[in-house]
Design a protein around this ligand. Structure first.
Ligand code: FAD
Length: 439
C-alpha cells in the first residue's frame, strides 16, 4: 500500500512517528508539504523564511533516503486528498497538533474516504494524556509538572533508511524568497536559519557547552545563556522528546527539561481551550487602555525605559527575544500601559520565529493575569528586574545604541542624567519606586 505523510510543523526525519509508521507498513510513501495561502497569510515573514530553509533541508534528507519531498500549493486538505488520489494512497498519516487550524484539518480529512491516523511528536508528552482527577486538563503548572515528571516517555523511533515515492508523482519546486512576502510583520536581519541540520548542530553545541550552566545563567539577559532551540522546536526540526532525552542524560538537565514541560503545559491548555489567542482563559474584570501612541512606542522600542526598549528591539532585529525580556516587556504593556494582552501577543506573533499559538498567547495571558498564573495580581518592579537581570547593562547597550556609552550605574535610568542621551526618548511612564504612575 501507499501512504501520504503530511508534514506540517514536524519538519524532520528523526524521531518522526508518523513517517516511521508509514515506512513500516507501506511499499511507497508520499511525503507531502502544502503551501497553504490561508496559513501563510497569518504567518510571520520571519517564520516563512525559516520554513523555506527547513523544507529545503527536509527535501535533501528525504532524497538521501531515495525519496523526495512533494510540495504543492493550495488548501491543505484539498491538495492532500488530490495527491493521495494521484498516488492511489490508502491512508494519510500526520502528527497530532492542538491548534484550531490543525484540528479542523484532521476533521476535514476524516470526512473524506481515506484512512487518517495521527501520531505523537509535537510535544514530549502528548496533550491531555495526563489529566488531573475530575478535570479535563491541568490549569496550574506545578501539579502538571509533578505528574509530567513521573510519566514514562515513549521510545524515540528510528527514521526509515530508504524508501520510495509512488511512481509518477512530480515533487514540485521548493518555494523561493518571494514566498516571504505572503506573511506578516517585517523580516528581521539577524535571524537563525531553519532546518533539521542546523537545528541538530545547535542541539549538539547546547548539550556539549551550554546546558550545564543553564540553571545559573538562564535569566541573565546579557549572557545569552539559553538554548535558542525554540524555533527548531516550533517547526519540529527537532523532536521535543529527543531534546528532553538528550538533556536528561546531562548533569543539571532537569531545570532545562522543566522548561520543555512548560511548553507541553501550554499545549495541553490549548487542547482544552483552543480559543487561547482570542479570549481570556480566566475572565478578568480589567479596563484596557487603547493608547495607540503608547502601543506604537512599545512596538518600536521607544518607550524610554531601557530594558523594555532593548527587548523590543531584539525582537525586531532577531525575530527572537530573551524569555526574561518577554516577561518584562509584556508586563510593561499589560500592567503599566494597561494595553490589552491580545495587542501585545499579536505583535509578538507577527515577528517571533518561535511564534506559536499555545506558547505565545498562553504566556501573554499568564503575564496579563488572565491565564494560568496562581498569583494573577503579581506586580513587576521594572527597575529591580532590570538591575537584577542586566546588572552591567550589557543587554541594553547591545540593543539600544543611543545608550551604548552609559555605564552600569546610569544605563537603566537615563532620565536621571543632566543631559539625556541624544535621540533617546523620555520615559512614557514614571517607574521610579517600583510602582508606575502614568505621566
Ligand atoms: P530556553 O530557556 O533554552 O528553553 C528551552 C525550551 O523550553 C524553549 O526553546 C521552549 O521551547 C521551551 N520554553 C521555555 N520557556 C517556556 C515558556 N515559558 N513557555 C513555553 N515554552 C517554554 N516560547 C515559544 O516557543 N513560542 C512563543 O511564541 C513564545 N511566546 C512567549 C511570549 C511571552 C510573553 C513569554 C513571556 C514567553 C514566550 N515564550 C514563547 C516562552 C519563552 O520565552 C521562549 O520559549 C524562550 O525564550 C525561547 O528561548 P530558548 O529556546 O533559548 O529557551
Amino acid at each position: 500500500p501507499t501512504t501520504v505523510v503530511l508534514f506540517t510543523r514536524d519538519l524532520r526525519v528523526r524521531d518522526h512517528p508518523a513517517l516511521s509508521a508509514a515506512a513500516a507498513r507501506s511499499d511507497a510513501i508520499l511525503p507531502l508539504f502544502v503551501l497553504d495561502p490561508a496559513v501563510l497569510g497569518r504567518s510571520a515573514r520571519n517564520r516563512i523564511a525559516y520554513l523555506r530553509h527547513a523544507l529545503a533541508d527536509l527535501r535533501a534528507s528525504l532524497r538521501r533516503r531515495g525519496a523526495d519531498l512533494v510540495v504543492r500549493q493550495g488548501d491543505t486538505v484539498t491538495e492532500t486528498l488530490r495527491a493521495a488520489a494521484e498516488a492511489r494512497a490508502e491512508a494519510v498519516f500526520l502528527s497530532e497538533d492542538v491548534s484550531l487550524t490543525a484540528r479542523q484539518r484532521v476533521r476535514r480529512l476524516e470526512g473524506a474516504r481515506i484512512e487518517v491516523r495521527t501520531f505523537p511528536g509535537v510535544t514530549v508528552v502528548p496533550p491531555l494524556e495526563i489529566t488531573p482527577s475530575g478535570r479535563a486538563h491541568y490549569a496550574v503548572f506545578t501539579p502538571y509538572w509533578r505528574a509530567w515528571e513521573r510519566r514514562e516517555w515513549r521510545p524515540a523511533v528510528e527514521p526509515p533508511e530508504r524508501f520510495a515515492l509512488p511512481p509518477g508523482i512530480a515533487p514540485g519546486p521548493l518555494p523561493d524568497q518571494d514566498l516571504d512576502r505572503s506573511g506578516t510583520g517585517s523580516l528581521s536581519p539577524h535571524r537563525l536559519t531553519g532546518g533539521e541540520s542546523h537545528a541538530r548542530r545547535r542541539l549538539n553545541t547546547w548539550i556539549a557547552e551550554g546546558i550545564a550552566d543553564y540553571e545559573r545563567y538562564h535569566d541573565a539577559l546579557g549572557a545569552a545563556a539559553t538554548s535558542r532551540l525554540s524555533a527548531d522546536l516550533r517547526f519540529g526540526c527537532l523532536s521535543p522528546l529527543e531534546v528532553a532525552s538528550a538533556a536528561g542524560a546531562c548533569e543539571g538537565g532537569v531545570p532545562y527539561i522543566r522548561q520543555l514541560a512548560w511548553r507541553d503545559f501550554h499545549h495541553q491548555v490549548t487542547a482544552a481551550f483552543p480559543d487561547i489567542a482570542r479570549r481570556d482563559y480566566r475572565p478578568r474584570d480589567a479596563r484596557w487602555n487603547d493608547d495607540e501612541g503608547a502601543l506604537a512606542a512599545w512596538r518600536e522600542g521607544r518607550t524610554g525605559i531601557p530594558v523594555v526598549d532593548a527587548g523590543m528591539r531584539q525582537l525586531l532585529e532577531e525575530g527572537f527575544m530573551h524569555n526574561r525580556a518577554r516577561l518584562i516587556t509584556a508586563a510593561f504593556l499589560t500592567r503599566e500601559l494597561r494595553i490589552h494582552w491580545r495587542r501585545g501577543g499579536d505583535h509578538f506573533h507577527r515577528l517571533l520565529l518561535d511564534g506559536d499559538v499555545a506558547d505565545n498567547y498562553g504566556n501573554w495571558q499568564w503575564v496579563a493575569g488572565t491565564g494560568n498564573d496562581t498569583r494573577p495580581n503579581r506586580r513587576f518592579n521594572l527597575l529591580r528586574q532590570a538591575r537584577r537581570f542586566d546588572p552591567q547593562g550589557d543587554y541594553v547597550r547591545r540593543h539600544v545604541p543611543e545608550l551604548a556609552r552609559l555605564d552600569a550605574a546610569d544605563v537603566h535610568t537615563p532620565w536621571r542624567l543632566e543631559r539625556t542621551p541624544p535621540g533617546y526618548p523620555a520615559p512614557l511612564v514614571e517607574i521610579e519606586g517600583g510602582v508606575s504612575r502614568p505621566r
